[in-house]
Design a protein around this ligand. Structure first.
Ligand code: X2X
Length: 338
């Protein structure tokens, strides 16, 4: 970690005579405030590209006082590790998917109820509106700060190395990897599949070694994490809409001076909105790209999945688990579900 080194050098310099400072004028001034940000995605994902832009903007607008150091691609461990690090202050920022932060804040999984959102208009209206505010409030109760603008992961699609998934029937007994998420496990069990929770950092290898046969993720993730190399076909199921909450350790966030908070929040929220646009644009080309790389695509019959979920009592169960208030905010956005 270069900054630690730089700091050490500076400390040494502070104790040294002025002459040595003049002799080493090329040493950069260390940032006064260093904020670490960890995430689970490859550098080429729009989330990392826009986060890097936000970090540069923060450095510029604070005249170098604040440095956001990004640790992408599970460098600091998997989601579960990073979630504990952001809680204990080991890192300042983390972007867990709604599915993952729900292990700590159950209501955060509400946007991931199966087949709830029809399109992005519904998604952003809800997440920038009352439903998102409700979840942010719940996140604040565990002493984490969630920035206003959620970042996009996308509509999740299913891929498999076996038989193409066309209706809910093909789910029976399917060994499918899902994130570390109670809602995902519950949903795939209701579909009669055999779901296994694994950290994202383990997904490629698990598919390659056939520990599991299938996984589900938005197409941009399948692209940047090269999952097409270890999967044969992709079913366009749109079964879950998933986004990333950009969160901060509560104490670290409150400890920042107000002017710095304003700069950081401005940069991160703007980057989040830009990142949504990137995913939208990517969605226009990603399927053709994956097809050219050998992944076969098929449509699915959403009604067969919905019927199966209803029959298994999935909606009823989650309505109870999320509670009336949250559930009616979701239904206000998407219409009656159960
Ligand atoms: O782990 C996943 O599948 C991912 C990358 O979509 C999440 O972060 C939930």
């Amino acid at each position: 970690m270069t900054n630690f080194t730089r700091r050490t050098v500076l400390r040494t310099l502070a104790a040294a005579p002025a002459a040595s400072l003049i002799a080493m004028p090329h040493i950069a001034r260390a940032a006064e405030i260093e904020l670490k940000y960890g995430n689970n995605l490859p550098l080429s994902h729009p989330l990392n590209i826009r986060a890097q832009e936000a970090a540069e903007r923060v450095a510029k607008e604070t005249n170098g006082r604040v440095e956001i150091k990004i640790f992408p691609n599970n460098q600091l461990g998997g989601d579960t590790d990073m979630l504990s690090q952001v809680r204990n202050g080991g890192i300042t920022f983390f972007t867990p998917s709604a599915l993952v932060i729900a292990t700590l804040v159950p209501v955060a999984a509400i946007n991931a109820v199966g087949f709830a959102f029809a399109d992005y208009d519904q998604v952003w209206k809800a997440m920038d509106g009352k439903l998102g505010a409700h979840v942010r409030e719940a996140i604040s109760k565990v002493n984490l700060y969630a920035f206003e603008k959620m970042w996009d992961n996308g509509f999740r699609q299913m891929t498999t190395s076996g038989k193409a998934i066309e209706t809910a029937k093909e789910m029976a007994g399917l060994k499918i990897r899902v994130p570390v998420s109670p809602l995902s496990i519950s949903m795939f069990k209701a579909l009669d599949a055999a779901p296994a929770s694994l950290q994202f950092s383990e997904v490629y290898t698990a598919l390659q070694t056939k520990v599991v046969d299938a996984q589900e993720n938005p197409l941009p993730i399948i692209q940047v994490a090269k999952l097409f190399e270890v999967q044969k076909s992709c079913a366009i199921s749109n079964h879950i809409w998933d986004g990333f909450w950009f969160i901060a350790n509560g104490r670290a966030w409150r400890g920042l001076p107000a002017d710095i908070q304003k700069i950081v929040a401005g940069a991160i929220n703007d980057a989040g909105v830009a990142q949504r646009g990137d995913i939208k644009k990517l969605n226009e080309t990603v399927q053709a790209d994956l097809q050219s790389k050998g992944l076969a695509f098929n449509k699915t019959d959403p009604d067969s999945f919905r019927a199966k979920l209803r029959e298994a009592g999935f909606y009823k169960e989650w309505q109870e688990r999320f509670g009336k208030d949250a559930w009616s905010l979701l239904e206000d956005a998407v219409g009656k579900l159960a």
